[in-house]
Design a protein around this ligand. Structure first.
Ligand SMILES: [Zn+2]
Length: 179
């Protein structure tokens, strides 16, 4: 893993958490998706997002390493904790961890309205740049005219699929550089 992936994910999670702290949940809020301002997610959605993020990291880490020490108190420290406690795990586990961290990093950015985060990522099919985020599908769409699915429509990718393809390509480059 590039050391910055988990640090970036941690920073973004810290920002989300900060947002939540500064905008405490009141009875006014609903679970409706934000429509007015993309940078101001509904509070309950933020709480759910943070809870789901930390739970996923904790479940993954404890499964990989039942000896893992207690989860740190600050939510953003969950990344460091996850990486430290899986540093000696088999390569396949570490790769799964990197995929989770990278996907969560994308999720945090999109939750804060930064949907340009998908643009530097290569399309899993055509390997080109030109993905853009379609919130209504919750998918990144490839804008290449030649990159179509069997129905002749633009290929759409979930963040999980993008993260898997991105980490696999990164590992492949690492291996090729090492040999
Ligand atoms: Zn494509």
């Amino acid at each position: 893993m590039r050391s910055t992936d988990d640090e970036t994910a941690a920073q973004l999670l810290a920002q989300l958490h900060q947002y939540f702290v500064q905008h405490p949940v009141t009875g006014e809020h609903t679970r409706r998706a934000p429509t007015t301002s993309p940078t101001a997610p509904a509070n309950l959605a933020v709480v759910d997002h943070i809870t789901a993020t930390v739970r996923e990291l904790a479940d993954f880490t404890r499964q990989a390493n039942p000896e893992a020490e207690q989860l740190p108190e600050r939510v953003q420290d969950a990344y460091r904790w996850c990486v430290e406690n899986t540093a000696n795990s088999p390569e396949a586990i570490q790769q799964r961890r990197d995929v989770i961290v990278f996907r969560q990093r994308l999720e945090h950015a999109i939750a804060m309205g930064d949907d340009k985060v998908v643009r530097p990522i290569r399309c899993p099919q055509c390997r080109g740049l030109g993905l853009f985020w379609k919130a209504e599908y919750q998918r990144a769409v490839c804008t290449s005219m030649r990159c179509l699915n069997k129905d002749g429509l633009s290929n759409r990718w979930s963040l999980a699929r993008l993260a898997t393809a991105h980490i696999e390509a990164q590992q492949k480059t690492h291996r090729e550089c090492a040999t």
